[in-house]
Design a protein around this ligand. Sequence first.
Ligand code: BTN
Length: 272
Amino acid sequence: MSCAPGDPLDLTLLQGGLETRVFGRVGIEHFLTTGSTNDVAKEFAAGGALEGTLVIAESQSKGRGRLGRSWYSPPGTGLYFSIVLWPQMDLSLFPMITLLAGTAVAQAVEETTGLCPDIKWPNDLLLEGKKVAGILTELCGELNSPRVILGIGINTHTRKEEFPPELREIATSLSLSGARKVCRTKLLQSILGHLENWYDRFKRGESEAMLASWRKRCRMIGSWAKIESGEDIFSGRILDIDEDGSLLLQDEAGQVQKILSGEILGTAGHEE
Ligand code: BTN
C-alpha cells in the first residue's frame, strides 16, 4: 500500500486489505470532526450497532482520556477511533480488553514503523518514555449484557511544537520518535487485524499468548513502582499481571497486592 502525501485516511484501501471478519467491515462511520468517537460509538451501540462497528474522526473537540483527562486530537496528526464490542461475558474480565488492545496497537506500530513501544500498565504506549498512544475502554448499555466501547488514540505525525506546552515533555508521536514514513491507513488496518485476532481468542478463553506478548512489551515488570488506585497509593515491586488484567505488586513486607485499576506514578530500577 502506498500512502499519498499528507497521509489522508483511505477507507477504500483500508477495507480492501482488511484481514478481519467483522472489525471495520460491518460498518465504518467516518467524521471530519466530532466531540468524542467514544460518545458517538455509544450512541450507535444504543441504536443496535453491530459488534465491530468502527467510528473514526479526523479530529475531536472533546477527546477524552482516562481519569477525566482530555485527549489532544487535532486534525491531520493522529488516529482517533472507537470500536463497538459486545463481549457477552463476566464483567470482571473487561480489563483484559484494554490489555489486548494495547498489545494489538504495539504490534501494529512495530509492523508498520519498526518502532517498538513499551506498554505501561494498564493502557499507555510509550516511545522513549513518552506517551504515543492511549486506550479508553468504557461500558454502556444494559448491565446484564453491556457493550464495551474501545477507544484508541495515537499521535502519528504531531511535531513537538504542535503539542500544548504541558504535553511537550511527556508526549510524543510516531514521526517525532523516528518513524520515517507513517501511513495511518496501513496502521489502522494492522491494528484491526491484530485486535480482532486477540479479541476472538479472548472470547474463547484463550488469552495466554496475548498476555505473553503484553509482558514482553512491559519493561516495568521487575521495577519498583508507586501506584495510585482510587484514594490509595501503593509502593512495591511490579511482579506481573494477573490473568484478569490486574497488576500484582509486592510490597516491602513481601505481601502481594492485586491492583484492579489505577495508574503507575513512577518507577525506579529493575531487579533481576
Ligand atoms: C488515555 O490514555 O487516557 C486514553 C486516551 C484515549 C483517546 C481515544 S481517541 C479516540 C477515543 N475517543 C475519545 O474521546 N477517547 C478515545
